[in-house]
Design a protein around this ligand. Structure first.
Ligand code: NAI
Ligand code: MG
Length: 370
């Protein structure tokens, strides 16, 4: 084996010339372990067709590992991930482990250490998916949410005092920096420029009177560099109503960590199953690996049954390939997803069928391969 690898290297044949990407795989818990293999096989099929390969390296970091060792990942976990081009993640979370442990023990350290300050979540109504909203046709709802992913309301600055007494109190600081706000808003403008050139900002400057006016001010400043992009802004409360009543208004929507989090669950919900929604945690400068994961969690209620919808994971794989610059391959995967959903022959239970995770993954793989 080693000798033949050596021989290939000496010959410098095609295998060696082929572009390759190093990907760390964290399948995690529950249905994460079921959908990740489907994502991998579809990305591999795209690689075979478009001439690149991914070297997948699995890590068992998860709540299961936490129960066994007391840690979600080893102490040098971040250093281990640093050498990869990307991280392909399933989902973490287990009913026996508090959710803040799985989140702050794995996902948040990765997002912050690797400056994955953009959380990108596309929302698209596909043919063959029934939306809870009536009378919308495929093509009419297609937008993307850009969520700030490193600061904002999700901070570990704060504390509790007088615990267990009637005077007990809790304080949690929101952190908004000029650097952090400017770079996320600028990213959203750049993205809007490549799409329908419309950017909506989520705010709440009527109620939250320091950080949100600061956010709005920077939004106005940055907008001066993008006169070709049409802008609007809404308070988060009415914005959620517009997502439901006028989902066709939106192209790119930018929000702080908390507002983006809420909008990016609502967005996928208005176009159908959470099982098809993907996300990317991006370090746009590519100084560090970016991370690609479905929006959904580990779904303990259906874990182990082999019936989870793998499309959120597969679409996240397409987002990863786009980040690598393999746009044709990404387009092919997205096209294959649309085709399989439209044909309606292979569907998992969440979208009204009886197919297994593997059957749906296989159908998308076959559609990518030709
Ligand atoms: P969830 O997304 O795991 O499940 C919500 C509902 O949607 C469940 O009824 C589930 O069966 C269904 N569902 C989710 N994904 C599906 C798929 N691919 N196919 C078919 N049905 C699907 O959210 P929940 O129940 O709030 O959280 C479960 C665990 O996952 C918790 O421990 C939570 O902390 C964790 N979680 C982890 C995330 C991550 O790893 N990024 C994100 C969200 C939750
Ligand atoms: Mg969320």
């Amino acid at each position: 084996m080693a000798a033949s690898a050596q021989l290939r290297r000496l010959r410098g044949d095609d295998q060696q010339a082929m572009k390759s990407f190093k990907v760390a795989v964290i399948a995690g818990d529950g249905i994460g372990k079921e959908v990740v293999p489907e994502g991998i096989r579809v990305v591999d099929a795209a690689g075979a067709r478009f001439g690149f390969r991914c070297e997948w390296t699995p890590f068992d970091w998860s709540c299961e590992r936490y129960v066994a060792t007391g840690k979600m990942m080893p102490d040098d976990g971040l250093a281990q991930l640093r050498r990869f081009d990307a991280i392909f993640l399933g989902a973490v979370g287990h009913p026996n482990v508090p959710d803040h442990i799985s989140l702050w023990g794995l996902l948040i350290p990765i997002r912050r250490a690797f400056q994955q300050y953009v959380n990108l979540r596309p929302v698209k109504l596909f043919e063959g998916i029934e939306s809870p909203l009536k009378n919308w046709k495929p093509g009419e709802i297609e937008f993307v949410i850009v969520r700030e992913n490193c600061e904002g309301e999700y901070s570990n600055v704060g504390g509790r005092m007088y615990e267990g007494t009637p005077g007990e109190l809790a304080v949690q600081q929101a952190i908004f920096t000029r650097l952090g706000v400017t770079r996320i808003i600028r990213y959203a403008f750049e993205l809007a420029r490549t799409r329908k050139k419309r950017l909506t900002s989520a705010t709440k400057s009527n109620g939250i009177i320091f950080t949100m006016p600061f956010w709005d001010e920077i939004f106005r400043e940055v907008s001066k560099d993008f006169p070709d992009v049409k802008t609007d802004q809404y308070h988060i409360d009415i914005l959620t109503a517009h997502f439901v009543r006028h989902p066709d208004w939106f192209d790119v929507v930018v929000g702080s960590n908390l507002f983006g989090d809420i909008l990016s669950d609502l967005g996928p919900a208005v176009v159908g199953s959470i099982g098809i929604a993907p996300s990317a945690n991006l370090n746009p400068e590519k100084e560090f690996p970016s991370m690609f994961e479905p929006v959904h969690g580990s779904a303990p209620d259906i874990a182990g049954k082999g019936i989870a919808n793998p499309i959120g994971q597969i679409w996240s794989g397409a987002m990863m390939l786009r980040h690598f610059g393999e746009s044709e391959a990404a387009d092919a995967i997205e096209g294959a997803i649309a085709k399989v959903l439209a044909s309606g022959r292979v569907r998992t239970a969440d979208i009204g069928g009886t197919a297994t995770t593997k059957e749906l993954g296989g159908a998308v793989e076959a559609a990518v391969a030709n």
